[in-house]
Design a protein around this ligand. Structure first.
Ligand SMILES: Cc1cc2nc3c(=O)[nH]c(=O)nc-3n(C[C@H](O)[C@H](O)[C@H](O)COP(=O)(O)OP(=O)(O)OC[C@H]3O[C@@H](n4cnc5c(N)ncnc54)[C@H](O)[C@@H]3O)c2cc1C
Length: 400
C-alpha cells in the first residue's frame, strides 16, 4: 500500500519539504511513497517582498515544479488535524468536506500577524503580512491620490520597528510620492517600544538605520506603543494622537493556529517544540518546519528565527527526515549555524550583515544589490526540472 507524506502549506518551508521528501523517495526508487501538498494556492507567496508596491504580483507558480517532481497538490485550507486517526480535514473547491490520511505529516502553515491584540486594529489598521492584506494596503495607497490633500491623508504610521516595519517605512516615502504626487508633504512615522531605531539589531546596524531614517525623513516615536487605532488616526501610549488614514501594523506575528491542534509544547509565539530532526516533541509522525517550529539551529543554544532563510533550510531537513522515517534510514539533524541579515532601506539602499553579531558587510547600493539577488533570485522556487530541483532540495547542499 502507498505511504503518504502530507505537507500543510506551500510557503518556503512547505515547498522545500515536499521537494526534499520527493527527492529522497526518488533516490531510493520508492514509487510507493506519495508526497502531497495541501495549501489554498498552488503558488509561493514571496512574503519578504510584501512591503513593495504591487504585492499582488509577488507569487511564483508551483504546479509545473510539482508536476516535474511527482508531488501531488490539493488546493484547500486544512481545518482539522486528528493526531490519533492520522487524518486531516479540509473543504475542497466545491465546499465539500474531505478527509486526507497521512503516514507522516509535515506542518508548514507559517504565521499570521496578530491584529486582535490592539484596540481598533481589526477595523482600521492595514498590514502587509499576507499577499491579500498587502494588496489591500497597496490599493488604499493608490486610492489616496483621489482624496483631498490633508495631513491625515499624507501621514503614514507604521506600528512596529522590526525588520518588516523598517523595510515598509523606508520604502513608503517613494511609494507615497508616486501615489500622491512628487511635491506632497509626506510624513512617515514608525512607532516602536525600543529606545532607538532598530533596537533589535546590533550597534552598527542601528546607526545605519538611524542614518537612513534621517536621510529619508522617516520619524520614530520611541519607547512608545499603540493604544488604539481609529478611523482617523492612532492613539499612542504617551497620549499623543497622530492623524492618519494609513496605520499599518508590522509587529506581533504568531504561528499558524493549526499548531494548537497538535498535543505538544509550544513557545510564546505558538511555535511547536521540535527535536533535532524537526519532529514535534512527543509525536512520532508529525514534523513542524518554518514559522510553526521552535527549532535549535546550532550547538550554541540559538533558536531559529521566524524567517525565510530558516524556513527554507528547515523545509529541506523536515521533508528529508519524514521520508527517511518511512525508508527506515538515519535522519539528518537540522543545523544552520550561518546567519545573514539584509534590510532594505528604500531609496537609501540596504544593509547586509553576516553572523549573529551582525557584522556589516555592505551598505547603500552594494547592499541593495545583495538584497535584490536574495529576494529576486535566491529564495524563488527552483526551475521546474527534476534534477536541478532535487539537487537544491538536498539538505546538505550549500545555502546560507
Ligand atoms: C513583509 C515581510 C517581510 C519579511 N522579510 C523577511 C526577510 O527580509 N528575511 C527573512 O528571512 N524573512 C522575512 N520575512 C519572514 C518570512 O516571510 C517568513 O518567515 C517565511 O515566509 C516563513 O515561511 P513558512 O513557509 O514557514 O510560512 P509561509 O511562507 O507563511 O507559508 C505558509 C503556507 O501555509 C499555507 N497555509 C496557512 N494556513 C493553512 C491551512 N490552514 N491549510 C493549508 N495551508 C495553509 C499558506 O497559504 C502558505 O502557503 C518577512 C515577512 C513579511 C510578512
Amino acid at each position: 500500500m502507498d505511504k503518504n507524506i502530507v505537507i500543510i502549506g506551500a510557503g518556503f518551508a512547505g515547498m522545500w519539504s515536499a521537494l526534499s521528501a520527493a527527492r529522497l523517495a526518488f533516490l531510493h526508487h520508492r514509487h510507493d511513497i506519495k508526497v502531497t501538498v495541501i495549501a489554498p494556492q498552488p503558488a509561493l507567496c514571496i512574503r519578504p517582498r510584501l512591503y513593495e508596491s504591487n504585492p499582488a504580483a509577488l507569487t511564483s507558480p508551483l504546479l509545473p515544479l510539482f508536476a516535474a517532481t511527482d508531488i501531488h497538490f490539493i488546493s484547500a485550507s486544512v481545518t482539522h488535524i486528528d493526531n490519533a486517526a492520522h487524518t486531516l480535514s479540509y473543504s475542497d473547491k466545491n465546499g465539500l468536506d474531505q478527509i486526507q490520511s497521512y503516514d507522516k505529516l509535515i506542518l508548514a502553515s507559517g504565521s499570521r500577524i496578530n491584529r486582535a491584540s490592539i484596540a481598533g486594529a481589526e477595523a482600521f489598521a492595514f498590514d502587509i503580512d499576507q499577499a491579500v492584506s498587502a494588496d489591500r494596503f497597496d490599493n488604499h495607497l493608490q486610492a489616496l491620490g483621489s482624496q483631498p490633500d490633508s495631513v491625515a491623508r499624507n501621514t503614514f504610521v507604521v506600528c512596529g520597528g522590526g525588520l518588516t516595519g523598517i523595510e515598509l517605512a523606508t520604502e513608503l516615502p517613494d511609494r507615497a510620492h508616486a501615489a500622491l504626487g512628487a511635491g506632497t508633504n509626506v510624513k512617515v512615522i514608525v512607532v516602536d517600544r525600543g529606545s532607538e531605531p532598530g533596537s533589535q539589531f546590533g550597534a552598527e546596524m542601528r546607526q545605519i538605520i538611524a542614518q537612513a531614517s534621517d536621510e529619508l525623513g522617516v520619524e520614530w516615536r520611541l519607547n512608545s506603543s499603540v493604544e488604539e487605532v481609529r478611523a482617523d488616526g492612532v492613539l499612542l501610549s504617551s497620549g499623543e494622537f497622530i492623524s492618519s488614514l494609513s496605520v499599518v501594523l508590522a509587529a506581533g506575528v504568531n504561528a499558524s493556529s493549526l499548531t494548537t491542534q497538535i498535543d505538544a509544547p509550544r513557545d510564546r509565539r505558538g511555535r511547536l517544540h521540535v527535536d533535532d530532526n524537526l519532529k514535534v516533541e512527543g509525536q512520532d509522525d508529525i514534523y513542524a518546519t518554518g514559522d510553526v517550529a521552535r527549532a535549535a539551529c546550532d550547538d550554541e543554544g540559538r533558536v531559529a528565527l521566524m524567517s525565510c532563510q530558516h524556513a527554507i533550510a528547515q523545509g529541506k531537513f523536515a521533508g528529508n527526515n519524514a521520508a527517511a522515517a518511512l525508508l527506515g534510514i538515519t535522519p539528518l539533524p537540522y543545523r544552520q549555524p550561518g546567519y545573514v541579515t539584509c534590510v532594505d532601506l528604500g531609496a537609501w539602499g540596504a544593509v547586509f550583515t553576516e553572523t549573529w553579531e551582525q557584522n556589516v558587510k555592505a551598505v547603500r547600493e552594494e547592499g541593495k544589490g545583495i538584497k535584490r539577488s536574495i529576494t529576486h533570485e535566491l529564495i524563488l522556487p527552483p526551475a521546474a526540472e527534476r534534477e536541478a530541483a532535487f539537487r537544491q532540495a538536498d539538505p546538505l547542499a550549500p545555502f546560507v
